[in-house]
Design a binder for this molecule. Structure first.
Ligand SMILES: [Zn+2]
Length: 158
């Protein structure tokens, strides 16, 4: 299961690139009658088009799912100020669970709609900090109970 996180997005991207390039090649060569040169141009155009599509999809994905509040010290304002563990897709470790570290050096975990601070990295308790209440809108969640390390769901699998 774990490998799927890495290979599935790559597979989709590869298929998308190949599919669009193939369609463009066929269109240029057969349908529009540009021959082999047209086919090569079509292939390159296909790559360009799929690259643009891919960029737009990643951008939309970031806009919709990659919303992070400003950090506790107020220094880091957006996802650009956070870094992710190596080898993860924006810090994703499980479905809906993201690990990240802000510029100040503090560690956070986003689990669904909750954004929690890792009190002592890596296995310390999770202290609730912010909660997602709407489209890219965060509210204070610090009154909620701190989640002890033992019940920090699935963290041991990371
Ligand atoms: Zn910070």
């Amino acid at each position: 299961m774990r490998n799927m996180y890495l290979t599935l997005p790559r597979l989709i991207v590869t298929v998308l690139f190949m599919f669009v390039s193939f369609i463009m090649t066929v269109l240029m060569m057969d349908k529009w009658g540009y021959g082999y040169i047209g086919g090569i141009i079509g292939f390159l155009l296909g790559l360009l088009v799929s690259y643009i599509l891919f960029t737009v999809v990643v951008w939309l994905w970031r806009l919709l799912f990659l919303t992070l509040p400003s950090c506790k010290r107020g220094q880091c304002k957006s996802y650009k100020d956070y870094i992710w563990p190596k080898g993860t897709f924006f810090g994703r470790t499980r479905w809906g669970v993201y690990h990240c570290k802000c510029n100040c050096g503090d560690y956070y975990v986003r689990d669904g709609k909750r954004f929690m601070e890792v009190v002592s990295f890596p296995d310390g308790p999770l202290r609730p900090y912010k909660k997602l209440i709407g489209f890219r809108k965060w509210t204070d969640d610090s009154d909620a109970t701190t989640i002890p390390p033992s019940s920090s769901s699935g963290k041991e699998h990371c």
